[in-house]
Design a binder for this molecule. Structure first.
Ligand code: SER
Length: 386
């Protein structure tokens, strides 16, 4: 496909399309959820809009668009595959009790085909089996459909809250003509999800209708850029270029290192400091996983060698106001702390391991008496020595 699309152009093309169709632009994209929200980080574009999808009037109206930074730590083990990122940007469009699913899908099709220039023959969708309106809309547009169950085509953001059937849109990324379906051929890459928010899951697990049905769509920006830039992994798109250039000349290229460092930069830029609890602990884990990965190969590696340029480019791309040098200082401070903890803790862990596999009592002892949490014990056993 046309490889001249920059990530920035993908972003502006999406937002302009919806603004031209009466959607107000949301301008707050921080990873930190609104006060009183129980989650640590925003993990979906719709997350800050939850009360409005449930019926509260939004000050900007009933049609909204925006781009939201998201952080997902549930798939940390998938980092390193072609498409998962710990921190990513999600483009979104929302109807808060305004238009319905048919309009949303039609606009979606129009934007993909005419806005992004994706040939109609490279599209495929999945729908919830039995969702007649959605099926009819796609049939009229001539897009092939795969009907799946609730595991694939029902969206909710956690155990309670607004939810409903969704329709996922896939683009063919293979070299030859499209074959198979999204669930049978991985070369169908999911780029966009349209959720028909019709229900609310109550805390007791029951499902009720939403007073005001709405639409929530989310498109992974980096993944869409990957498709439009003709790349086979998100790590090859333009926004990773400064990371690739700096990191690969220092250390052998590692997707986890790019991913976790870039995510850490944004988390620090959104005002989080490393700590032993909550958000700060997630940040600490990201930095420690990066260091463990680097030290496993060569314990003399240090983030002090990292130039400020890729940090600056990430700060700028996300419109953060933090000084990139301050971000690097935070990373280096954490590196020193982690190295000191490993120096102090490793002999203790090794002494216990010499006696046999670690028991729960050993893990409690290390945690309660020496401040070494279980996940760090694992890292100590694998991270390089100084
Ligand atoms: N909430 C849906 C998702 O995150 C669509 O925005 O995929």
């Amino acid at each position: 496909m046309d490889s001249t699309w920059s990530t920035r152009q993908v972003l502006s093309t999406f937002l302009d399309f919806y603004r031209e169709r009466g959607h107000a632009l949301l301008d707050d994209a921080t990873l930190i959820p609104p006060p009183g929200d129980p989650v640590l980080f925003t993990s979906a574009g719709m997350h800050p809009l939850t009360p409005y999808l449930e019926g509260r009037a939004h000050p900007l109206g009933r049609r909204l668009t925006g781009v939201q930074r998201c952080l997902r730590t549930t798939d940390l083990d998938e980092i390193g595959d072609d498409t998962h990122l710990t921190m990513f940007q999600m483009l979104g469009s929302w109807s808060l009790g305004d238009y319905g699913g048919t309009q949303s899908l039609r606009w979606g099709y129009e934007l993909l085909r005419d806005g992004f220039g994706i040939p109609a023959g490279r599209l495929h969708v999945t729908v919830l089996d039995g969702d007649r309106d959605t099926c009819e809309t796609w049939q009229r547009l001539g897009v092939p459909i795969e009907a799946l169950g609730e595991d694939d085509n029902w969206w909710s953001n956690g155990p309670s809250g607004p939810c409903g059937p969704d329709s996922e849109i896939f683009v063919w990324t293979g070299d030859g003509p499209p074959t198979g379906t999204p669930s049978s051929d991985r070369r169908w890459s999911e780029v966009w999800n349209h959720v028909m928010m019709r229900y609310r899951r109550h805390p007791d697990g029951t499902l009720g209708p939403l007073r005001q049905p709405g639409i929530d769509t989310g498109m992974g920006l980096e993944r869409m850029a990957m498709v439009l830039q003709g790349r086979s992994t998100v790590f090859d798109i333009d926004v990773f270029e400064p990371w690739r250039r700096s990191v690969s000349s220092l250390w052998s290229p590692s997707r986890l290192v790019y991913d976790h460092l870039r995510a850490s930069v944004v988390v620090i830029g959104d005002g989080v400091h490393p700590s032993n609890t909550g958000r700060g602990y997630v940040l600490r884990r990201l930095i420690r996983r990066t260091l463990s990965t680097l030290w496993r190969v060569d314990p003399s590696r240090t983030l002090a060698d990292l130039p400020v340029e890729p940090i600056g480019s990430t700060v700028e791309h996300h419109g953060l106001t933090v000084d990139p040098r301050y971000v690097l200082d935070v990373l280096l401070y954490e590196e020193r702390r982690f190295a000191a903890l490993l120096r102090r803790g490793r002999p203790l862990v090794e002494r216990l391991v010499a006696r046999g596999p670690l028991t729960d009592d050993d893990l409690h002892y290390l945690h309660d008496t020496h401040g070494i949490p279980p996940d760090l014990v694992e890292e100590m056993l694998t991270a390089g020595r100084e």
